[in-house]
Ligand binder design. Sequence first.
Ligand code: FES
Ligand SMILES: [Fe+2]
Length: 366
Amino acid sequence: MEVEIAGALRTELESGLTLPASWYSDPAIYVREQERIFHRSWQYACDIGQVAEAGQFTTVQAGEVPIVVVRDQADELRAFVNVCRHRGHLVAAGCGKRETLQCGYHAWTYDLDGSLRAAPRSEREPGFDRSEWGLSPVLVDTWGPFVFVNPDLGAASLTDTLEDLPALMVERGVDPAKLEFRGRSREWIVEANWKIVVENYLECYHCPVAHPNFSRLIDVDPDQYLLSHGTWFSSQFGPVAAQRPNGKPLPYEPEGEVRASQFHFGWPNWTLNTLPGPPNVRMLVFEPMGPDRTKTYLDSYWAPGTPDDLVEEMDAFSAEVGQEDTDLVASVHLGLKSGMIPQGRLLLDAEHLLQHFQLLVYDALS
Ligand code: FES
Ligand SMILES: [Fe+2]
């Protein structure tokens, strides 16, 4: 499948036009995105506590690439493409603790450092060299409790890629290193292309219209709600609304040391979300599952000692906002797939983070 990308498109994007509508459902574009974006970027994998002890492993995705993250016997954190070198069955499933990783198809067995320890009957095969058939390694690194993976062994380091995002968060009262994992709150499927889901995340132009409760809690006035970006991340900051509407209770009482929300997007598909209250970060990830579907999940990290009922209250609030967004993006997906509007038009004052994302997509694919 060949993809023709017009050079003039970059100029159009700079002027405020969007990516072509066809890019949100075209299978050829999707394949190229996997190769040029998801095979080459740092993506959130799991909480470090899930691979704290030797032998612990957990399976994750980098785009469509299955990955297994594992703590080996020498206490080193490692990650591999979770695909058997024999004929492609997935090696590990779910998470757990094991001494080796054994494929469930013909029992090729890998050590936790990825080397092939045993392949039944391979000694009868002249010229078979086990040392050539270990699991394919990928990059793995951590930031606070977050484990990240990158299938591209030649990629820039995670630290370089994060730029000043960690410092920016600490400055605003949230240090992920001081938070603890409270589990995956939710996981659901969105009937929309992953880019539509990301783009919806990158603007709050829709908030007053589509998120009434959110807009009572957070000040979404364009003079209060601030947008900024680096190269590989972007940020939105919204203070707690000063004007409380009479009589109507807020979705929850934002009590705690964090007085403003912050929503950070990391290229290509992970986001860090802090709501006002006790220090918290919810890692919301958008995982492509084909041109028309996106898996979304939310991993919660909180200041130690945050009471369960507050965690549940804020999860319920996020779920409400999440459902509103799920409906929006499914509608946009149908609209773009109709083929009847070739391109949209951004309002750059409110939507320049979305433009920044589309330029990254364009540059990656062209
Ligand atoms: S595919 Fe894994 S052992 Fe055959
Ligand atoms: Fe939204």
